[in-house]
Design a binder for this molecule. Sequence first.
Ligand SMILES: [Zn+2]
Length: 375
Amino acid sequence: MSTIKIINTFFAICFLLSACNSVQPISKSTTFPIYAWNRGFNNPSEEILQARFLDLKNKGVTGIIYSAGKNPQRYKRAGYIAKELGLSFYALLPAMMQHKSSKLDQQLYMVNGLGQSTYNKPSFPNNHFVCPSRPAVYTYLEDMYAKIVDLPEVDGIQLDVIRFPDVILAPALWEKYHLTMDKEYPKYDYCYCEQCTLDFKEATGIDIKTVEDPSALAEWKQFRYDLITNIVNKLAAMVHAKNKKITAAVFPGPHSVAKMIVRQEWDKWEIDAFFPMNYNDFYLEDTAWIGAVCKEAVEAVGDSRPIHSGLFICPDPANKANEKDPEYFGLMPEELGAAVQASMNNGATGICLFTSGRMTTAHWDALQVAIKKGQ
Ligand SMILES: [Zn+2]
């Protein structure tokens, strides 16, 4: 089959798929921001991206948060397509979690309270985290983000995994990992590398390795909040100097969850918007909780910068009751309206769907009803 024939066949299939879809485009007059986290790791073709983004736009999505690895060309291509459609476009890349690379020395990885490095002995599978105290880590991150933020096709970047490893795991995940995380345990507590312990001693006079219960020491907590905040604010200055935007996917809170379990004091971050991952099922909570954490976020940040409430979508509602892995839990279509409403009623500027690929037709229908109610 010739290339043109393949393309024609592709568009014919796309047309049929869109014709079969019962969801009608949301009125163009709506200004309610709906972002969608969207993955492009398999490097989809231009035709696939064009069809995907157009479909999302027709369903009311106003911005794409695109995750596709570190190659800037992937963001350039996807961003161009998104911008042509009038969608805002952000590149999403992990910060502190970094796979082993020839560009990152083994010594740059975080060390836990038992002296084990995430390089070769992470507390959870594949959780290789680099240490925020190391200048080489910042240089690596700045270079990675700058290459992408320099592209005219992207509005900005979104920081992902800009945090410490989970010292307390969200409760729904305890069973999956056969854990009871009722307090901070040394195996999951970071970072006790030479640089961090030395810097902390210089700053406070305290040798953290001699402290019996480091979790009780407020200075040690603050020291680590500040390490992440400093990296974020340096990256923010770099991005703003290029007249681009910087946002972050953060844990809920910041006080009730983010600070406590991943050491994100994100109300001190000088970024343009916050996308708290208000994934209620991970915390064994309902949609009212989503409203409560939105309220907390708005009160913490003030009303000058937007909070976009990240909603965790159940990819297979019919099978949710049988699902064992919390990664596949999430909002059912009949819960989505309440989740959107709770977010809006408590000051969120918009929402972000995790992920657009997990949304079923029933979810899109429910979303449209919720948006119309809010207009
Ligand atoms: Zn360290």
